[in-house]
Every structure is written in C-alpha cells, then in structure tokens.
Design a protein around this ligand. Structure first.
Ligand SMILES: *Cc1c(COP(=O)(O)O)cnc(C)c1O
Length: 360
C-alpha cells in the first residue's frame, strides 16, 4: 500500500495527519463525563457547519446510514415520496424508499443536468399528499450542484418535508440548512470534513420531528427517537476514536473559517474546470452555473481510455481519480477536490493528466 497516494476522488479524501494523530488517543469510556462533554460539544459545533438551529445527530455508519435514517424514520409503507433523480446518489434515495414499500414517485432528469424546479412544483401541486421530497445537493456521480434553495422554497409551503443529501458538499461548498428550508439534511465524515469514513450526520427540523413522531417506524439502530431521548450520549457505543477525529476536523474548519473554506473549494473548482478546458476537454455538467465546487466530472474524449488514464495516474504519479458510475462508466472521469485540497494538489493532477494525454 502506498503511503502517499494522493486521493483526488470524491471521497474518501486526504486526511490530515493532525486528524489521524488525534484518533490514536486512548479510548475513553463512552458513558463517562469526559467523553460525554466532548460528544455533546461536537454535535453542537456541527450545527454551525450545517448552518442550522435544528438538532444534529452523529450516527455510526457511512453516509448511506443517514440517508436510510432520513427515510426509515419518516416513511411507512404506502406513504408518498417524491424522489428527484439526476444521478447515482439521488437514485439511492428512491431505492431506500422502495425498500420501505413507500409509494415512490420518481422525477427523472438527465444525468449531468440540474433538477428542474418547475417540474418539482408541478409534481407537488398534482400530489398534495406527498410526505417527503428527496434530493441530492451535490450529485457526486455527475458533478452537478442542484438548486436546493429553490426547491426548499416550494416544499416549505406544503405538508411535505425536504430531505437533502449534502454528503459530498457540507463543510466544503456553501450550504444553508435553515435559510434554504431543509428539514432533514444528511452528511458524512469522509468527504469535505477530511476525516476517515465511518461517521454520518443528520439534522432534523421541528417539521420533520412532527412527521417522525406521527410515524410508526420500524427502525431500531437508526431510530432517531432514541437519539433524541438523551442527547448527552449516543444510544449505542459510538466510535470513540472517530469522535476524537471529528473534534480535530472541526478545529481545522474553525481555524480556516467555514466561509473561507467555501471560497477555497470554489477556487479549486475553478482551477480544475479551467484546467480541463485548457486541455480541450468538456465538462460533463451541462451548465457551468450548476457545476459542483467539490468534484469535477469530465467527458472522456473518444480517444481516451478512462481505465488506462486512471491506472497510469495511479502507478506513475501516485494519484487516484475516479471513473464514471453506472452507464457513465468509461464515458467520464471525475476529479475530487474536497476537504483539505489546495492548489498544489489540483495543479498536480491536471499536469499529470496532461502528460498522460500527450503520450496517448
Ligand atoms: C459519498 C456519497 C454518499 C454516501 O456514500 P457512503 O459510501 O455511504 O458514504 C451519498 N451521497 C452522496 C452524494 C455521496 O457523494
């Protein structure tokens, strides 16, 4: 295993050694006061990153655990769920809802194009009994940033709750849970937080709590009511070392300043996009105003073998980039620039790609 593989994939991302060092501290008893104080403090600090006054809970699991919790707590069989789909991760919400035997209405948009707000409004007008709307803010599979604020404005005026996956953007790109009327927002540790995988975060609005309280959920480990009962402790043994890592990661975010961090991600995205265009390649996202600030998806030119590009970058330069998912496999490649990534890393991946292309 290479010690210094540069992860330019959209998660997991490079973890600063400060965070890994913090995680090597001795394990505290998870019911003791010292750990409880630390745990409560990190939940509180997360609210600032979510930009919310709502409760934020820390779950043990990858991001998908929080996605599942957002639906398994609010939805029962036959409940109507509107899923806005324009990529692999937004599709996942629909799969989870189907598993819960919900009555799923899929609003499909072409991959690479943002969610169309007008069609969301039409669907909500036509189905006044929709209980939840799901969407992904930063669709990692396509590099598209969806208009959450506009959708939030529409959902706010209905009885439905808005569930947003912001796993690949929170702590990196601008996101305003409360201002954008997001009822349940989910995120994870291994993307813009620059932590190892293993933690998922979820915020819950009062409107969402009312839905949860009225819902007869089958969830056990991820039953949010158990997390609300005693906020000073997790209901089950939390991953203690990851909480140490989270504290360090939140320290790093505080030191940089959340808004400066947003700015840096935007700058890195601009460098990546301009660099790609300078290499005569096209962005996959249809409209630059909707391009992701944390991951850049690139259309692979006809002559380019994506698997070979990735392999060469890995073996020659120690750089890992991502390919396409599902039907986009072989058609696009994706450069992650989230977490603690700076110009040095972005330029290094662009230069390495240029060298490989020249040789091809
Ligand atoms: C990474 C990611 C997930 C979560 O995947 P896990 O493997 O469960 O952490 C979900 N949604 C989006 C948009 C993601 O980028």
């Amino acid at each position: 295993m290479s010690e210094d593989l540069l992860l330019m994939i959209p998660g997991p991302t490079v973890v600063p050694s400060r965070v890994t060092r913090a995680m090597s501290a001795p394990i505290l008893p998870h019911r003791g006061k010292e750990f409880s104080d630390m745990f409560v403090e990190q939940m509180d600090r997360l609210k600032k990153v979510f930009r919310t006054k709502n409760d934020v809970y820390i779950l043990c699991g990858s991001g998908t655990a929080a996605m599942e919790a957002s639906l398994s707590n609010t939805i029962s069989s036959n409940d109507k769920v509107l899923c806005l789909i324009n990529g692999k991760f937004s599709e996942r919400f629909s799969e989870i809802a189907s598993n819960l035997k919900a009555n799923v209405i899929e609003l499909q948009f072409e991959w690479g194009i943002p969610v169309n707000v007008k069609s969301v409004k039409e669907a909500l007008d036509k189905n006044t009994d929709i209980k939840a709307v799901t969407m992904v803010f930063n669709e990692t599979s396509t590099g598209v940033r969806n208009p959450v604020e506009e959708v939030g404005e529409i959902v706010r005026g209905t009885d439905a709750i808005l569930i947003v996956d912001t796993i690949s953007a929170l702590g990196g790109d601008v996101f305003e849970s409360d201002l954008w009327n997001v009822d349940i927002c989910v995120s994870g540790s291994q993307k813009c937080f620059a932590m190892p995988p293993g933690l998922a975060f979820i915020s819950v609005s009062d409107k969402a709590w009312r839905v949860i309280d009225a819902n007869d959920s089958m969830a056990y480990y991820l039953n949010l009511k158990n997390y609300r009962k005693d906020k000073s402790h997790a209901p089950y043994t939390p991953p203690v070392s990851l909480i140490y890592g989270l504290r360090e990661s939140l320290d790093i975010i505080d030191e940089e300043g959340l808004e400066n961090r947003w700015e840096r991600h935007k700058d890195m995205a601009n460098i990546a996009r301009e660099g790609i265009k300078a290499l005569d390649m096209e962005l996959f996202c249809s409209d630059e105003a909707y391009c992701s600030n944390t991951v850049t998806a690139v259309k692979a030119p006809d002559y380019l073998d994506v698997a070979l590009l990735r392999k060469t970058l890995r073996t020659r330069f120690g750089i890992e980039i991502a390919g396409g998912q599902a039907h986009l496999k072989g058609k696009i490649f994706r450069i992650g620039h989230m977490g603690v990534i700076s110009e040095r890393e972005v330029n290094s991946v662009l230069t390495s790609i240029e060298l490989v292309l020249e040789e091809m």
